[in-house]
Design a protein around this ligand. Structure first.
Ligand code: TEU
Length: 539
């Protein structure tokens, strides 16, 4: 298989508005990111995925773009962006931009034109259906609540929006749209961008009349066309967000011939702790055995045929230490354990800002939340008669703002994120959980991540070795091996706060310990709360 740089890379995701504010307006910005590049270099990452910084009315925090070829003044200027690319490059770090191609903002000049009349040359850039006001073309629902159709009296038509009403869907059937998009991407490649994350890429080839929203028949042809037009010319990394991906479709997306993308984000393991057939807000305990089974299935299915992305967190998801670990007594142990579990697998690992210091979920008053998805849900469920208590509980557990509270740099005011008033409240635990403290403590989660990243650089087996799940039925232990011709690793992770007997560990007790969150001189046949260890042996 072709050895691309991104196969043993570790990618760090920045949510710019919450990372670092350089000018005191309470909102993170590009100059703020530049001041933290040395920190990221110290962590050891190879690339930064930047959530959208394009010009945007910020209805969905930048995932609603009104100019794909400019930077929103909230974040800075194009010159700042060029500086970021250059400064990152001088530290060996590539910048990956977030391409939102399924929809634009309703304030994009294309849409402002499109909605003027049916004969406007830009009308066909979006997805329209005839109808009568008040009678939707069909039952399709929008991602952020309500119908997926919005009436425009000037045209006597509805437009499709799979997300908010301010995010009209682009019409990929129109070759002009695709051409404009490829030109725009090329413009960023020429500025020195190292790759792209493609927002809801599985939804671009929608066929609303057939109620098809994701993986429409034209999806793979479009991706092949785009890849040929722009992605294949350089060794760019491309990662598609695909909530609908299955191992079978992932093999199409991430075929090593490079005809589509490098890899996709799949979400099967993320969709487990909710009631089947319901929404993410309908909470259910994590079915741990199934969680392992699914991750193992993806490891097996893509081995030597495609490529996995590895992640437990992003800007849409709760904090992993709160979700899969213990954000109280065993916060440090469980954050390290989760890191071990994820980084031991095959694929490209992604670290979401703050994950490397074990940042946790938060709890706020409803007035203090900012996310459109969460606020729409609150309104909808209140109208449906859910109790406030029940709604708040699901927000605490699943709300996207859990991941969007400001990055915790130190124990000064606003966690060192801003000198002004932060756009969203800082998590009150910042005095205890922050970068400055983590860097000083040799046993911190930060230093553990640093070590894990270095291991990936020095041990090809972590990139290439075959994966095998052990103890599949065990209700608390995630155990697997990675195997090459000459070497084998055992990755052992306990997902519980109880001490457990573990005969597997005893079998490996004399082998070399590569990394662990506990001292391995004792407890040779047991796992302590949230213990993780990687053993290595020669074959
Ligand atoms: O997310 C895709 C998406 O489907 C989300 O709505 C997701 O289901 C939800 O956040 C889970 O709670 C992408 C972006 O990552 C997200 O931030 C954007 O809001 C969305 O697309 C629209 O662009």
């Amino acid at each position: 298989m072709k050895q691309s740089w991104w196969k043993n890379a570790v990618i760090y995701q920045i949510y710019p508005r919450s990372f670092c504010d350089s000018n005191g307006d309470g909102m993170g910005d590009l100059q703020g990111i530049i001041t933290k590049l040395d920190y990221l270099k110290e962590l050891g990452i190879d690339a930064i995925w930047l959530s959208p910084v394009y010009r945007s009315p910020q209805d969905d925090n930048g995932y609603d773009i009104s100019d794909y070829q400019d930077i929103d003044p909230l974040f800075g200027t194009l010159e700042d962006m060029d500086e970021l690319i250059a400064q990152a490059k001088s530290r060996g770090i590539r910048i990956i931009m977030d391409l939102v191609l399924n929809h634009s903002s309703d304030e994009h000049p294309w849409f402002l034109e499109a909605k003027k009349s049916r004969d406007n040359p830009y009308h066909d850039y979006y997805v329209w259906r005839d109808g009568v006001e008040g009678q939707y073309p069909n039952e399709l629902k929008a991602g952020f609540g309500g119908p997926a159709w919005e009436w425009v009296p000037e045209c006597g038509q509805y437009y499709l929006h799979q997300f908010s009403v301010k995010q009209p869907d682009l019409n990929w059937e129109n070759p002009k749209v695709r051409e404009e998009i490829y030109k725009m991407i090329q413009w960023w490649v020429d500025r020195g961008i190292g790759g792209f994350r493609l927002d809801v890429i599985d939804q671009i080839a929608k066929e609303p009349d057939r109620m098809i929203t994701s993986e429409g028949p034209m999806l793979h042809p479009y991706l092949k066309e785009m890849s040929k037009a722009v992605f294949q010319q350089k060794d760019l990394v491309t990662v598609g967000e695909a909530w609908s991906a299955t191992p079978e479709s992932a093999l199409l997306y991430s075929n090593p011939d490079g005809s589509e993308l490098s890899m996709v984000f799949q979400f099967e393991h993320i969709l487990l702790d909710q009631q089947p057939g319901k929404e993410k807000w309908d909470l259910a305990p994590l079915p741990f055995v199934q969680f392992k089974e699914i991750l193992a299935k993806w490891q097996k299915a893509l081995y030597q045929k495609g490529w996995n992305s590895l992640f437990f967190e992003n800007h849409d998801l709760p904090r992993s230490v709160s979700r899969f670990g213990d954000d109280g007594k065993y916060r440090v142990e469980s954050a390290k354990m989760l890191a071990t579990c994820l980084h031991g697998m095959q694929g490209t690992p992604y670290i979401y800002q703050g994950q490397e210091i074990g940042m946790t979920n938060t709890r706020m008053e409803i007035e203090d939340y900012r996310d459109i998805e969460l606020l729409n849900m609150y309104k909808e469920r209140t109208e449906k008669g859910y109790s406030k208590e029940e709604i708040m509980e699901s927000i605490y557990v699943k709300g996207r703002d859990n991941a969007r509270t400001p990055m915790q740099w130190n124990d000064e005011e606003n966690a060192g994120f801003t000198k002004g008033t932060p756009w969203i409240k800082v998590n009150p635990n910042y005095a205890d959980i922050n970068v400055e403290k983590a860097r000083k403590d040799p046993d911190s989660i930060f230093h553990y991540y640093q070590e894990l990243i270095q291991l990936r650089k020095s041990l090809p087996i972590l990139t290439e070795g075959a994966f095998d799940l052990l103890l599949p039925e065990d209700p608390s232990i995630f155990a697997y091996t990675r195997t090459s011709k000459t070497e084998q690793l055992l990755i052992l992770c306990s997902f519980t706060g109880q001490e457990l007997p573990c005969s597997l560990k005893e079998q490996w007790k004399d082998e070399e310990v590569l990394i662990s969150n506990y001292d391995q001189d004792s407890c040779k046949d047991c796992l302590r709360p949230y213990e993780a260890v990687i053993f290595s042996r020669k074959l």
